[in-house]
Design a protein around this ligand. Sequence first.
Ligand SMILES: Cc1cc2nc3c(=O)[nH]c(=O)nc-3n(C[C@H](O)[C@H](O)[C@H](O)COP(=O)(O)O)c2cc1C
Length: 302
Amino acid sequence: MLDGMIDLRLAPMAAVTNTPFRLIARECGAGRLTSEEIDARGLVEGSARTAELASFLPEEHPIALQLLGADPDVLAEAARRLEAAGADAIDLNMGCPVAKIVAKGQGSALMRDPLGAAVVLRTMRKAIGVDLTIKIRGGWDDRTVNAVEIARIAESEGVDAITVHPRTRSQQYSGRAPWEIIAGVVDAVAIPVIGNGDVQSPADAEAMVAATRCAAVMVGRGALGAPWIFRGSQVPREDRARIIRRHDALIEALLPPRTAAIQLKKHLAWYASGFPGAARLRVELFRAQDAAEAREVFWSAW
Ligand SMILES: Cc1cc2nc3c(=O)[nH]c(=O)nc-3n(C[C@H](O)[C@H](O)[C@H](O)COP(=O)(O)O)c2cc1C
């Protein structure tokens, strides 16, 4: 939380919001963190890769772990295990637009089946004592915008908070995020609503709160290459350099070497966006043989 003002949070992003990025966001001031989506069935069936996605460090509290799934019993069992592992909240992904996910009835497909969603939430609610939260979209497509209906159902099933990314599934990530849908959900329920979508600066976060009266603001793409957005104010260049070096150190310390090199290149490319010649620099970064070479490329352009 910044200066007791807006509660800014890092949005879950698959293959991005791992422990190093979550920690750097937290160190810059991010509120409750969220893991990337974790496949409930993989977790229950003991997949080591899935378990890795669900791991977090003590410094990350408070943290929500986000589940992806559709089967109520599998989701409930996964939620129970994550609660036992120390999660402060379990978040259900009801927004993922990816074709192979919705084909399984998961992610945003849950919004197409309000009765089914109610059963899922009721079963998960009974399974855990920590907060149960959900992350929804505006709806499936522009003819079925039902965020308010889903939010009301969620509230009556005992859900503690709702994040709204108001684009529909059909919109994926394109077009404007219609914040008025967030305002509609805020009006419809008494539980906290977290607004999400197109926040690229602290000023945007203030505008979202003013427009929607949401309780907190979640930032996804606006934090890529700019985790200092969670400071909520202008960040001097030397502080940015320090934050990038700290993020690099966390990546190196916390990830296995091969993953670390890939993550470092990816994040340095985001940090380099806006540099003169950024496109060429990206190519050079991805061509780098190892982390050391990627660092050299980046800092010589800084
Ligand atoms: C690369 C990427 C991965 C994402 N992965 C997830 C995810 O695992 N779970 C989820 O609920 N949303 C996911 N999202 C959606 C974001 O959390 C967020 O709702 C969306 O990007 C809109 O917010 P923004 O405009 O601040 O980026 C992802 C978005 C991106 C760009």
